[in-house]
Design a protein. Structure first.
Length: 457
């Protein structure tokens, strides 16, 4: 008799997000060795398991996927001088603080940020780590170590900046590097950390920060290096009107044309924000297979605009969700981003457009597509990784929400994950982080946040 490691059973509804979008009342899922081995409805025979979780009155979904973040920014959350500024002014008010990050600060920020994500049902997160101050140490390895300690599936990107203030960019001189140095560091990061195997816990992508902080040559050479190493590409794109104006002024073209001429219009690319594409550019993005990380809360707080998620999806663009850096969104909840995505889609394209199922797809299968892991993460089916979120739909907030658990999940709430399971292991159990060192890490984080914000005596 085959015995599963873990059986989640009796769900009020199991949303598989498989190709048929099966939703199984009373559904169950069996896990063994970090993978899903079987899925069934209440009428199907359940396997024997070492441990069983009762999911009665719960919605069970694939673990949510965060496709854009700058985790180190949680060290400067709600920093007053930046709270009333749009993108460029916001960045310029924070760069002088961020130049003080080091490996201990980045480890603590990554652990805290990933724990916060896990509490919101997230099981896989990307991170756009583009800031590498001189003598700060190996920051990428520090955050990868934090993800491994917590047990989160992690897609950090080796970001970069090469265009400083003196060259017409935004960042200060001491946080940029030259192109050759950046590309060598990217290749080393892939060689050291990138795991190509099925069920990999760590994969690396290359991620020049943005068109206004790197040279055009670095964009071109990064695309060439990604092709040679067979890894993915990520950057900020068409984020707001300032971004468009900068592109026209500096490059003589709109961001979409710049993406094309630098070799980034490829299905290995996913871009962050994509607030300002026109109708023709939306079609071009879909035809090229470029993915989009939609960051609704960040776009709202920075007054960047509303990304055209419904038209993008209609054009065949894979749209995932991102919490973005904590200093712009100030909260790392994938549940909240899914709700915001639903609401903004209704506001922009009509009440019928923004459904909870649309938002759930963006948060799961859309994110998997962006990260190049379709059918492996973001789905509950045999052979996929055992990354699962269990959501309790009980208490006053859900009283009367009887007809549709998925709509209730986003329309009611707020909701935190009851269980978050990554690679078949609990990261969150009964609403609490499983790791026993969280309080110590929070104290370390507070010490570095105080230092970086220059609040110490």
């Amino acid at each position: 008799m085959i015995v599963a490691d873990l059986l989640i059973r009796g769900a009020r509804l199991l949303a598989t997000l498989d190709r048929d979008r099966r939703e199984l009342a009373g559904g169950w899922v069996a896990i063994e060795g970090g993978f899903i081995t079987a899925v069934g409805a209440s009428s199907d025979a359940e396997p024997v398991a070492t441990e069983t979780i009762d999911a009665a009155e719960c919605l069970v979904t694939p673990g949510l996927i965060n496709t854009h973040h700058h985790i180190f920014q949680n060290l400067t959350r709600a920093y007053l001088p930046m709270t009333d500024k749009p993108l460029f002014g916001w960045l310029q008010s924070l760069y002088p603080l961020w130049r003080a990050i080091d490996t201990e600060a980045v480890y603590a920020s990554a652990f805290v940020g990933l724990a916060e994500l896990a509490l919101s049902g997230c099981t896989t997160s990307s991170d756009h780590l583009y800031l590498h101050p001189r003598n700060a140490g190996d920051l990428l390895s520090a955050e990868i170590a934090a993800a491994a300690e917590l047990g989160m599936r992690f897609h950090p990107t080796r970001g970069s900046m090469s265009l400083s203030e003196k060259d017409g960019g935004l960042p200060p001189d001491d946080v940029v590097a030259d192109d050759d140095e950046i590309l060598a560091a990217c290749e080393q990061a892939v060689a050291r950390h990138h795991d190509r195997s099925l069920g990999a816990m760590v994969r690396i992508a290359l991620a020049p920060c943005s068109p206004f902080s790197v040279t055009e040559e670095l964009m071109v050479r990064s695309a060439e290096l990604a092709e040679r190493l067979d890894v993915r590409l990520h950057t900020h794109f068409a984020e707001n009107a300032e971004d468009d104006a900068f592109s026209l002024s500096q490059f003589g073209c709109r961001p979409m044309e710049y993406l094309e001429r630098t070799g980034w219009c490829t299905d290995r690319t996913w871009v962050a924000h994509c607030v300002m594409p026109n109708a023709d550019e939306i079609v071009q993005l879909g035809a090229a297979g470029v993915g989009v990380a939609h960051c609704p809360s960040s776009n709202l707080i920075l007054s960047s605009g509303i990304a055209p998620v419904i038209p993008l999806r209609a054009a065949g663009v894979s749209v995932g969700l991102g919490v973005d850096g904590s200093s712009s969104a100030d909260s790392a909840s994938l549940w909240m981003e899914a709700r915001q995505a639903m609401l903004l889609a209704k506001l922009r394209d009509g009440a019928e457009s923004g459904t909870a199922r649309m938002a759930l797809e963006c948060a799961t299968s859309g994110g998997a597509d962006c990260l190049g892991r379709s059918g492996e993460i973001g789905v509950i089916e045999p052979g996929a990784v055992a990354d699962i979120a269990v959501w309790r739909l009980t208490g006053p907030a859900f009283a009367g929400a009887l007809a549709d658990p998925i709509e209730a999940w986003l329309r009611c709430g707020p909701v935190a994950s009851w269980h978050t399971i990554v690679n078949g292991k609990f990261v969150v159990r009964e609403g609490n982080i499983v790791h026993n060192d969280l309080e110590h890490i929070l104290r370390t984080h507070a010490r570095h946040a105080t230092r970086i914000q220059r609040l110490a005596d």
